[in-house]
Write a protein that binds this ligand. Structure first.
Ligand code: PGA
Length: 250
């Protein structure tokens, strides 16, 4: 199983020129043995990303998509459009979507099913807030987000799902989760997946860590915490730093 390093550019950069330069800088050096590199730019830069990805070096992903395929849904983007752009992965249920756009587990579940029906690979983001963690509710929250997000997803489709464990308190704070705590969360996530599906699917599912990943801490999540890759936000906007992270997953 290849390690998966996913760049989540969020609402950056602001110009096509900058996006193009960032794609180019990453592309040149992102080919690393045993690592799959996925870049998820904002929708506006997907077409530029498609041109660049065609030359190799990285795979293209999206940060979200809607659960209807077409029609009167102003401002949305569909799986058919993503498929036409040859997108492979779609991030779904990111905590920023849950927080600022009121995405519930039910909405995330509809999106996951739609993405799977188009043969794209969903990256289901889950993670507890600081409050939930302090209240000892982490396991409960993770279980609810996993079972809710994957409700009705068949075993054969579950194989293509990637889970990103991103503690909300660790995102964009510089306060990354410790290796020990990440390891126990990754094990817990596999236990839940095993309960829903079976041991084989749980063992083979790619589980990523995300939250203030930098080149100084990235390697340890893969070497010591049992994660199969990383979801990188802020640090993915700096090509040099991002490449270091990719290399740490070799
Ligand atoms: P961060 O973001 O690396 O900036 O903490 C991670 C994410 O939100 O996916």
């Amino acid at each position: 199983m290849k390690n998966l390093i996913v760049a989540n550019w969020k609402l950056n950069p602001s110009t096509q020129k900058e996006a193009k330069a960032l794609f180019q800088a990453v592309k040149k050096k992102a080919k690393v043995k045993n690592v799959e590199v996925v870049i998820c730019p904002p929708f506006a830069w997907l077409a530029e990303g498609r041109r660049q990805a065609a030359e190799g070096g990285f795979i293209l992903g999206a940060q979200n998509c809607f659960f209807e395929e077409k029609g009167a849904f102003t401002g949305e983007i569909s799986v058919l459009m993503l498929k036409d752009l040859k997108i492979d992965y779609v991030i779904l249920g990111h905590s920023e979507r849950r927080k600022y756009f009121n995405e519930t587990d039910e909405i995330v579940n509809k999106k996951i099913k739609k993405v799977l029906s188009a043969n794209l690979k969903p990256i289901l983001c889950i993670g507890e807030t600081d409050e939930e963690r302090q209240a000892g509710k982490k396991s409960e929250v993770l279980e609810k987000q996993i079972t809710g997000g994957l409700k009705g997803v068949l075993r054969e489709n579950a194989k293509t799902v990637v889970i990103a464990y991103e503690p909300v308190w660790a995102i964009g704070t510089g306060n990354n989760c410790s290796v020990d705590e990440t390891m126990s969360s990754v094990l817990f996530i596999r236990k839940i997946i095993s309960k829903i599906y079976n041991r084989e699917i749980a063992d083979n599912m790619r589980i990523l860590y995300g939250g203030s990943v930098k080149s100084e801490n990235s390697g340890s999540y893969i070497k010591d915490a049992g994660a199969n890759g990383l979801l990188v936000g802020g640090a993915s906007l700096n090509a040099e730093e991002f490449i270091k992270i990719v290399k740490s997953a070799e």
